[in-house]
Design a binder for this molecule. Structure first.
Ligand SMILES: Nc1ncnc2c1ncn2[C@@H]1O[C@H](COP(=O)(O)OP(=O)(O)OP(=O)(O)O)[C@@H](O)[C@H]1O
Length: 969
């Protein structure tokens, strides 16, 4: 029976002055307004009885202040309120409202305590109180309106009778409140504990209709919205009271283009208090739901009434699904996501989830979130970033399929799930998915969602061991205290149905959207026919339902087949957007939506049960309980960490030992080197001593005169002088003693027997260069006997040569040792990287040592060469002499030899002031005898040489060595 009164054609802008029923006041809540508290007066009359003022506020009949805004404002009394209600006019045509909520605007976990609102102070609170200003005014008016209880009262206990249906928040199921008993502060999510737990929920204030209270009883019935049979409705109401698993709400979107003269508006009546929508046109009827939200109801209100309890139940272990259904542009996304100033169901649910966790310190939680969309019958993961192909293009996403198993039901795979630890993080993840969602412009919505979007939040929880404050606290935390409970909250924003689209793309999208929505409708419609007597849907019958006809219905299957709590929010828009024709097309769609909602209310039966606690890690075969897995992983990792630490310590010890050993080895090597050096030094000294001894011996063997003077005369005469420089250089190292060892020329024993005067060196030096008077110091002794001198010199040189060779070999040995030790040091330095620098320094030292030694060797070699040259010069001189001797022997007669001898002797004698004493004279008689012939020959040779010198056949080189012209050679 229609209960509306025709509206005046020219509605007044003033508040309604007609009689209004007295305002209902909730029993449970203290009102700040002086409203009657009698429950009898709690029934508000149907606003449809009032003259509808199509004011610029567009306060529809249902929006009149018969709703318990007061209570709501009480619950948020310490929160700023909006002085003006949300514009009912909606967005101006052409103006696109933001659909995506900025993160910064998302509600943060509530900070203030002591207030009963479940919402953060801002911006939700602000949006939670629109119309309060009007409410107060209108409430005053309302008081004067006599209560008009008619047949509408039939539903008061269920729908509009606020006084009867409102419950104190404290009267909420004990599951929520029980959490306050627990004291353990930490949760797996590591949330900071609030200073004070919030214990109540304000939604009771709005609980005009069904709540998720009596989950055990599934026999509830929905009412056929189209039915006008009130008697039947009354009967159903009692059933409804015990039902709570399925909530169907209808929200009316403010009409931006409505104007006073629109006929369609007159045909509609929306009564929020009674959760009634009636249509008086063709196919008209009355539609009752659990909640009817008028154009003035904001998102907070919608959430509190339609989703809040469901969300809380999910936190307790039930599965829950909230979805928005309706024609395009009617406010589904607006309701689910909301705006910065008016957050929708999703952000509010998130806030509530974390509030619940804070309030439940005796349990630990783990939250995972996934976000998918069904676009053109394909599932896309909105959280996984698209890959990039080799040529820089976006790679197609891996196909996501729907699977089913007994534990998880129907699920999409592979789907990215992100673990979230804070509301901000969760909101950010969802905002990311929102951005990735496909939208397009339709006739009715400039930014229309072209896909069904499903946010799924998996909640794992487990009882916490009292006292195990944090994961790090004790190893006991690793022992699972109890089973893990896994529940899922699905928040679905369906794409809007659309009649006709202009572009081909839109048409394709529309076809898919419409098909899936149609399948959804069909499934829901068939649910009723498949119910058994008790109203439950049997599994057998479920198989006949066309869930598989679309991805959407397949995904919703667990919810629709009764495994979860369901809240359906249907959005409509009544009134014309301009033309009557448009209004009519709206009407058809709106009626369809209303029918869908009614069928859903009637047919969906939920026998949702709290999820079992899966005990131990093995319990949930699919191992969905990440909580357990993580716990085990943590234990495992901790063990690994300990092992690793131990291994690290062992390794450190080993390294230290190794370093110690290396240090010892190095010290040993250094010691060896030092020993070697000392040995070498000793050897060198010994050699030097030997050399000196040899020199002394040779001096002795050559004879030393009394005056210890050295004669180099014969050398000069023979032309076989040795440069003092050369001689000195030959004994560069070992013969430093030459300068100290005064070698004295043996006194020449003259044949006359006269005492040989000390030989006075000629004015020229030993090398025959005038002014070179160093021969006394530098030349070795000479006895005037050329052959003996040469032989001695050769011997001395050979000895020196041997010395040098020895010295060279010693040096080479040393060099080798130095190289070896430097190599060993370098290798050690590689092994011990921390000593690298030191090793490099030593290496550098070794290198310089090597260079030094090389230079020394090169120098010695050069000297050796000189020696060789000298030796060969002496040898050739000796050979010459021998040749000369031979020729003398063969060609001369003894007489001639004698005369020649005398002549030469006399000539020699005449050419010298004093005859040098031959050292032969100092030798034994036997040796004298033997050497006499040689002496004679030497003399002859000397003569010859001096002759040749005089004739210029022998040329002294600048380097004081003798060079014999090639022809004479
Ligand atoms: N209750 C409301 N109050 C104010 N504005 C609203 C309300 N409902 C919807 N709107 C506005 O109407 C426009 C369309 O809403 P929305 O995008 O939510 O529709 P929709 O049902 O999601 O459409 P579609 O199915 O095409 O995505 C948006 O600009 C939104 O801000």
């Amino acid at each position: 029976m229609a209960t509306t009164i025709p509206r005046p054609s020219r509605p007044s802008l003033n508040p309604p002055t007609g009689p209004l029923p007295s305002l209902p006041v909730p029993k449970s809540r203290k009102s700040t307004a002086n409203v009657p508290t009698s429950p009898a007066s709690s029934r508000a009359p149907s606003t449809s009885l009032l003259p509808t003022a199509a004011s610029n506020r567009a306060v529809s009949s249902s929006a009149l202040p018969t709703r318990p805004y007061k209570h709501h404002s009480n619950s948020t009394s310490n929160v700023p309120t909006l002085s003006t209600p949300q514009s009912p006019a909606g967005p101006a045509p052409g103006k696109i409202l933001r659909k995506t909520i900025s993160i910064g605007a998302f509600p943060q976990p509530p900070r203030s305590v002591g207030r009963n609102s479940s919402h953060p102070p801002s911006p939700l609170s602000a949006s939670a109180t629109p119309g309060e200003g009007i409410d107060n005014k209108l409430l005053a008016v309302a008081k004067s309106i006599p209560a008009r209880e008619s047949s509408l009262r039939r539903k008061s206990t269920r729908v509009s009778g606020i006084g009867t249906t409102l419950r104190s928040p404290l009267g909420s199921p004990s599951l929520i409140n029980s959490s306050d008993k627990c004291v353990s502060p930490s949760t797996l999510l590591n949330l900071p504990s609030p200073p004070q737990s919030r214990t109540s929920s304000p939604q009771g204030s709005y609980a005009t209709g069904t709540t998720f209270e009596d989950y055990g009883e599934d026999e509830a019935r929905g009412r056929d919205g189209a039915s006008a049979d009130h008697g039947k409705s009354d009967k159903q109401t009692s059933q409804k009271d015990s039902k709570g698993n399925v909530i169907v709400s209808v929200r009316v979107r403010p009409d931006a283009g409505s104007n006073e003269g629109n006929k369609p508006e007159l045909e509609w009546m929306v009564d929020g208090r009674r959760s009634l929508i009636s249509y008086r046109g063709k196919e008209g009827g009355e539609y009752y739901y659990d909640n009817v939200f008028t154009t003035h109801d904001n998102n907070a209100r919608v959430y509190d009434s339609a989703a809040k309890r469901l969300v809380r139940r999910v936190m307790e272990g039930y599965h829950g699904t909230v979805f928005a259904y309706g024609m395009t542009g009617t406010g589904k996304t607006f309701s689910m996501q909301g705006t910065a100033t008016s957050p929708g169901v999703i952000p509010l649910a998130i806030t509530d989830i974390f509030s619940f966790i804070r309030e439940t310190p005796n349990r630990e939680f783990l939250l995972r979130v996934s976000y998918l969309e069904i676009y053109n019958e394909k599932i896309h993961d909105l959280l996984s970033a698209p890959g990039v192909t080799a040529n820089g293009q976006a790679a197609p996403q891996e196909e996501i399929k729907l699977r089913e198993d007994s534990k998880r039901g129907v699920y999409a795979t592979p789907l990215k799930e992100e673990i979230v630890q804070s509301p901000t993080q969760l909101l950010r993840v969802i905002a990311r998915g929102d951005n990735a969602r496909r939208t397009g412009s339709t006739q009715f919505n400039a930014r229309s969602s072209r896909s069904h979007a499903v946010v799924q939040i998996v909640v794992e929880s487990r009882e916490r061991i009292p006292g195990s404050g944090s994961l790090h606290e004790s190893k006991r935390a690793a022992i699972p205290p109890g089973g893990v409970r896994v529940s899922t909250l699905s928040l679905i924003d369906l794409a809007g149905s659309e009649k006709a689209a202009e572009s081909k793309e839109r048409r394709t999208e529309g076809a898919h959207i419409n098909k899936s929505l149609l399948t959804l409708g069909t499934v829901i419609a068939r649910l009723s026919t498949d119910k058994d007597k008790s109203g439950n849907v049997s599994d057998k019958d479920t198989k006949h339902l066309p869930y598989r006809d679309s991805k959407l219905t397949r995904l919703l299957q667990p919810a629709l087949s009764g495994n979860s709590l369901v809240s359906i929010l249907c959005t409509i828009q009544i009134g014309a957007a301009g033309s009557v024709a448009a209004a009519h097309s709206h009407t058809g769609e709106t009626l369809n939506t209303l029918k869908f909602a009614s069928r859903a209310k009637n047919n969906i039966v939920s026998h949702a049960k709290k999820a079992e606690e899966a005990l131990g890690s093995s319990a949930d075969a699919g191992s969905r309980a990440l909580l357990d897995r993580y716990r085990m992983e943590i234990t495992e990792l901790r063990k690994q960490l300990e092992t690793q630490n131990k291994a690290n310590q062992d390794a450190k010890k080993e390294v230290e030992e190794e370093e110690e050993k290396a240090r010892e080895r190095e010290a040993e090597v250094r010691h060896e080197e030092q020993m070697l050096e000392m040995q070498l030094a000793r050897t060198a000294l010994k050699e030097r001593i030997e050399h000196l001894n040899r020199l002394i011996l040779s001096s002795k063997s050559l004879g030393v005169n009394a005056n210890r003077s050295f004669s180099a005369l014969s050398l000069q005469h023979r032309g076989s002088t040795i440069s003092n420089n050369e001689f000195n250089t030959t004994s560069a190292r070992s013969s430093t003693s030459h300068s100290h060892t005064t070698l004295e020329a043996p006194q020449r024993q003259s044949s006359s027997g006269s005492t040989a005067a000390p030989l006075t060196p000629p004015s020229t030096g030993s090398n025959g260069i005038p002014g070179d008077n160093h021969s006394e110091d530098d030349s070795i002794g000479e006895n005037g006997d050329g052959s003996a001198t040469a032989a001695v010199q050769i011997r001395a040189l050979q000895a020196d040569l041997a010395d040098k060779n020895r010295y060279i070999s010693t040096l080479e040995k040393r060099l080798l040792q130095a190289r070896r030790s430097s190599h060993s040091r370098v290798s050690m330095s590689f092994a011990n990287s921390h000593r690298l620098n030191g090793a490099l320094g030593e290496d550098g030292g070794a290198e310089s040592l090597l260079k030094e030694k090389d230079a020394e060797i090169a120098d010695l070699r050069a000297r050796l060469d000189d020696k060789d040259r000298m030796v060969s010069a002496l040898r050739s001189a000796a050979r010459k002499r021998d040749v000369a001797d031979l020729s003398i022997d063969t060609s001369s007669t003894s007489e001639r030899r004698t005369s020649s001898f005398h002549r030469s002797e006399s000539s020699v004698a005449s050419s010298f002031k004093a005859t040098p004493v031959s050292p032969v004279g100092l030798l034994s008689p036997a040796i004298k005898e033997r050497t006499r012939g040689v002496e004679e020959m030497t003399r002859i040779l000397d003569e010859m040489i001096s002759d040749r010198v005089e004739s210029g056949q022998l040329i002294r080189s600048s380097r004081n060595s003798i060079r014999v012209p090639s022809e004479s050679r």
